[in-house]
Design a protein around this ligand. Structure first.
Ligand SMILES: [Zn+2]
Length: 1005
């Protein structure tokens, strides 16, 4: 292609200012050698377009090849973050069309960038464009006329970001070439983008994982005969879940991206992923998130179909939409844009986890023609890294050109979405969400409010007690007053819904007449997901108030908006020591700062009250902290720092106590999947709770574990199905030579502080490791096994009378369920009230007791009438069977007649009976948010079971108490187990007595 074009730019005077321009002596031509290599490495003509089948040369701006010594999409090579960032800065140095901003650092200290590319004049006025999008984002007080003036002046910002998922390696490479092409090429197509839009590029989102992945890939290239390393840590904490952090904002990348979004208000945010063939353009199957303005749904479709059509017109094969993800949960990176009235979207291209050129074989359904995929991928094709680059780069250029060409439409929609979000309070409601000032967990309330504020949501605070009617709408019977409890569903009746509620002075209010009202409503509301809808792609429920155990009240009453309130900056909780005397009392309210406090003062002896008590007229919950003969100054300093209220008294309360420990905790990981343990680590790190991160392979070779640890946590195993006992024992198969995970000259990025290293990642837990764990518990340690990991101690025989099952009809793709505290004397329940919402995902479902028959067995016999009719036995007078209504616990302790004789042999002594601490609510009350098919299999089953074993305990969780930093309400179940690890038998319940009776009875007979 001949493109010898002379760029003749001169400095021009505009508004009396000298504008930066591309120097007049810069010549643009065709980079023949680069172009030749593009074509050599493109395996089929139908994997390219005229937009990317060549590269222009520039006498001023170095091409990627000049800097990297390879073209973008060259086989067998990937670049580290430092190189990528350096190339972007080189562009900035050599052309006024590029400007680079640092947007923050990762956990391991690597830098993330925003690279702005546009016409030099636009780049010179970035501050003005930023000002305009900010004004359009918050149109309060802006007239339509003034808005139109701003829209005419504005440029839409199109933000493309690469590699949030580290094994998806093409985008960071592509984005270097894209930046160069946009800065240099002079076709009308590219000029349109440059003149009428601002392209913003974040080449690598997950910078830590990128460097590890490149290390591993280049090692594989250089040692093709060796087995390829697994990418043990995709980032510092979690694997693909780093794209599920928009609700918790726990990871540095989420915070950096959000902060950058709120600074620039990009019109479009476009994540570049790689998985399915060859190019999936996001729209989604639905159900779509119900809180979004419907405008954005149309925008997704319009943009996707534009790009599909342009690609398909050019003969490109396998570009499609719809059937991949749903569009429901707001937890993805792109949700940053959708939640803030912009457009969030993504591509999936056919990656190859590196830059190998390979024959790729596909099966149906990938190759099936569907209405949404009229031009499907082929059963077999040679696929190269360059093919991947061509597909991504071509399509996103069509997207950028579309936005530039229709800039006023896109910006107008952006403005309109903001305007309609502000009208939400009056138009569709609610008017506001309130956080009552009397929440028993002030620290968690503050932490939650500060999270919302980080999202750009405004928080106000009431100046006086304020009465509101929480519910005024017709459809209101669905919505119940939350005045008496955390959530609408729990405990209140329809009548309550129209009773006035008093929000005490100091309550926080999130008004729905603000630009990000929809986001706030989306996070705080409850979710209904119809099982008839397409399969959900991720969580179906996420109600954050419930998961964080913070009270929220949905207020329909618009009169609240006129009440006296003040806008808040950060919400802070004051900590103090009140009163006088040598004994300090801290109410246990399950605020997680109490856990920070315990470890901050690890050397200070503390005690836990074994029951509730009153001191000087103040009520304290069971588990409250008691510190005798304290160094008040030191404790006061910690209380102030953490927002903890402490009461000093002269006399110690009359209540049984035991030592409140600050134990040594191990968090266990495997070398095959670190996804779930990452959420445990990040929560512990945030709360400054020390722990040892230890590999299963290390447990295999470490005996006397009890000498080293008090509590050992097994986070849920890999994958949604969990790790089986056999895969846990085997780990990575021992074949060939050792696979060390250590930094080396050719792989310098594998390990960072806080991660783990080893001489050999093979071999798993092994039988020895299993025996070492069992010995640890028998020696008095506490083993905490959550969700799928519960299978390990159960299958390995460390728990009696507990069975796990995965009921066939159960479908719980991630929901918020209600549970009730069954055993409030158990230290694990300390500080909790009688109800707790927990996060539940699939199974396993736990069963306790000797009577573990199928619940169907309780159904009536086959006979006359219907399922609900009584069984009428023939030839005798009808007698109503005695109604035996047993509680779930009685059912668990029931000894079937058949085994009565053997009960003394089969049943553990009373002190070893499994203790059900938390139990799922009855079926009718069970689901707060999300989908749950097969609720009857979950209802009234145990959530948390404490099983004594030897001198120690095994704690089994059916929920995941540490899920994506959303489940702050459940954290303290684990912290309680830690602090009371050597006194978990405190308050042993009548279960033991019942059992004792049963045993002695069976012996008598
Ligand atoms: Zn991905």
């Amino acid at each position: 292609m001949k493109r010898i074009l002379l760029s003749l730019f001169v400095c021009v005077l505009l508004n009396g200012k000298v504008k930066a321009q591309v120097p007049a002596n810069c010549q643009v031509g065709d980079d023949a050698t680069y172009t030749k290599q593009i074509r050599e490495n493109t395996t089929e003509p139908f994997f390219s377009t005229e937009l990317v089948d060549h590269l222009p040369s520039s006498t001023c701006v170095p091409s990627p090849e000049k800097f990297l010594h390879h073209i973008i999409g060259a086989p067998n090579v990937l670049d580290h973050v430092e190189q990528i960032n350096a190339y972007m800065r080189l562009l900035e140095k050599n052309t006024p069309r590029v400007k680079v901003f640092s947007i923050g650092k990762s956990e391991e200290g690597r830098e993330m960038l925003a690279v702005m590319v546009s016409d030099a004049e636009n780049v010179g006025k970035l501050d003005r464009f930023k000002e305009i999008t900010a004004r359009l984002a918050d149109p309060r007080g802006l007239s339509d006329q003034d808005a139109q003036k701003l829209i005419a002046e504005a440029k839409p910002i199109y933000w493309a970001d690469g590699s949030i998922h580290s094994p998806e390696t093409g985008a960071p490479e592509m984005l270097m070439e894209l930046a160069y092409r946009l800065a240099v090429e002079d076709t009308p197509f590219i000029q349109k983008i440059r003149n009428d839009a601002i392209v913003m590029i974040t080449p690598v989102v997950e910078v830590d994982g990128r460097d590890r992945e490149v290390d591993i890939y280049m090692h594989h290239v250089n040692h093709p005969q060796d087995p390829r390393y697994p990418l043990v840590w995709w980032g510092h904490y979690v694997a693909h879940d780093n794209n599920r952090d928009d609700l918790g904002l726990t990871l540095a990348l989420s915070r950096n991206m959000l902060k950058t979004f709120l600074e620039w208000h990009p019109t479009v945010m476009h994540d570049l992923h790689e998985s399915v063939p060859y190019l999936y353009i996001m729209t989604g199957t639905g159900p779509y998130n119900a809180w979004l303005d419907p405008i954005v749904i149309s925008e997704w479709q319009g943009m996707a179909y534009h790009e599909i059509e342009e690609m398909t017109k050019r003969g490109v094969i396998g570009v499609w939409t719809h059937g991949f993800y749903d569009g429901w949960a707001p937890n993805y990176l792109l949700s940053i844009a959708n939640g803030h009235n912009s457009i969030g979207r993504f591509y999936e291209t056919f990656g190859n986890g590196g830059a190998d050129t390979e024959v790729r074989k596909l099966n149906p359904p990938d190759t099936n023609r569907e209405w949404y995929r009229p031009n499907p991928p082929l059963p077999e094709v040679k696929w190269s890294a360059r093919d991947n680059i061509n597909m991504q780069e071509s399509a996103i250029l069509f997207g950028m050109n579309n936005v530039a060409s229709n800039k006023e439409q896109f910006l107008n929609n952006f403005y309109l979405k903001g305007k309609r979000a502000i009208a939400k309070a009056q138009t569709e409601g609610p008017a506001a969400w309130a956080f009552p000032a009397d929440d028993p967990r002030p620290a968690e309330q503050a932490r939650f409010l500060n999270l919302l504020e980080k999202q750009g949501i405004e928080i106000s605070r009431l100046d006086a007690d304020t009465q509101v009617l929480p519910n005024l709408q017709k459809q209101g019977s669905e919505w119940k007053s939350a005045s008496s409890d955390t959530h609408p569903k729990s405990g209140s009746t329809d009548k309550d819904a129209n009773k006035p509620v008093t929000l005490p002075k100091g309550s926080y209010v999130i008004r729905m007449d603000q630009p990000y009202s929809r986001l706030a409503d989306m996070l705080l509301d409850t979710q209904y997901y119809n099982p008839r809808d397409p399969r959900s792609y991720d969580d179906t429920g996420w109600t954050l108030g419930a998961l964080r155990n913070v009270k929220t009240v949905r207020v329909m009453d618009v009169s609240l908006l006129n009440k006296s309130m003040r806008k808040m900056a950060d919400v802070e909780v004051a900590g103090s020591v009140a009163g006088s005397g040598g004994t300090l009392l801290i109410n246990h309210n399950t605020d997680n700062t109490l856990a920070t406090f315990r470890y901050k003062l690890a050397d200070v002896p503390m005690e836990a009250a074994e029951g509730p008590f009153e001191a000087e007229g103040v009520k304290f919950n069971a588990g409250s902290f008691i510190i005798r003969n304290a160094d008040r100054g030191r404790i006061e300093a910690a209380a102030k720092e953490l927002g903890i209220q402490i009461r000093a008294t002269a006399s110690a309360p009359k209540v049984a106590t035991h030592a409140l420990q600050a134990p040594r905790v191990a968090i266990v990981h495997s070398w095959t999947n670190t996804q779930n343990d990452g959420w445990y680590r990040v929560a512990f790190d945030e709360l400054k709770i020390p722990y040892t991160y230890i590999a299963d392979t290390k447990l295999r070779v470490t005996d006397h574990l009890r000498d080293k640890f008090d509590v050992m946590i097994l986070p849920p195993g890999g994958g949604s199905g969990g790790a089986s006992l056999s895969s846990t024992i085997q780990g990575i198969p021992v074949r060939g030579s050792a696979l060390p995970w250590k930094n080396s000259a050719d792989m310098p990025n594998l390990v960072a502080p806080g991660l783990d290293e080893t001489d050999d990642i093979r071999g798993g837990l092994g039988y020895t490791g299993l025996a070492n764990i069992e010995q640890f518990v028998r020696d008095g340690g506490v083993l905490i096994a959550a969700q799928s990991s519960a299978g390990l101690p159960v299958s390995a025989g460390m728990t009696q009378l507990v069975n796990l099952n995965n009921p066939q009809g159960l479908n719980a793709p991630g929901s918020v369920l209600l549970s009730t505290v069954e055993d409030n004397k158990s230290p694990i329940a300390y500080g909790y009230s009688d109800k707790l919402y927990v996060y539940f995902h699939d199974g396993p479902v736990m069963n306790v007791g000797i009577n573990q028959q199928n619940p169907e067995a309780n159904a009536r016999s086959s006979g006359r009438g219907s399922a609900g009719d009584p069984d009428v036995i023939q030839a005798r007078a009808y007698q109503e069977p005695e109604k035996v209504k047993r509680t779930p616990r009685e059912q668990e302790l029931y000894i079937p007649d058949q085994v009565r004789q053997l009960a003394s042999l089969l049943l553990p002594p009373p002190s070893e009976m499994p203790r059900v601490v938390l139990r799922f609510a009855a079926e009718k009350d069970l689901v707060l948010s999300g989908m749950l098919v097969g609720a009857k299999d979950v209802a009234e089953k145990p959530v948390v079971v404490d099983v004594p074993h030897g001198k120690g305990h095994v704690l089994l969780f059916a929920n995941n108490p540490f899920w994506r930093d959303e489940t702050m309400g459940s954290f303290f179940l684990v912290f309680n187990a830690m602090f009371n690890y050597d006194h978990l038998n405190a308050g042993v319940q009548p279960s033991a007595a019942t059992n004792r009776e049963a045993q002695s009875k069976s012996r008598e007979e």
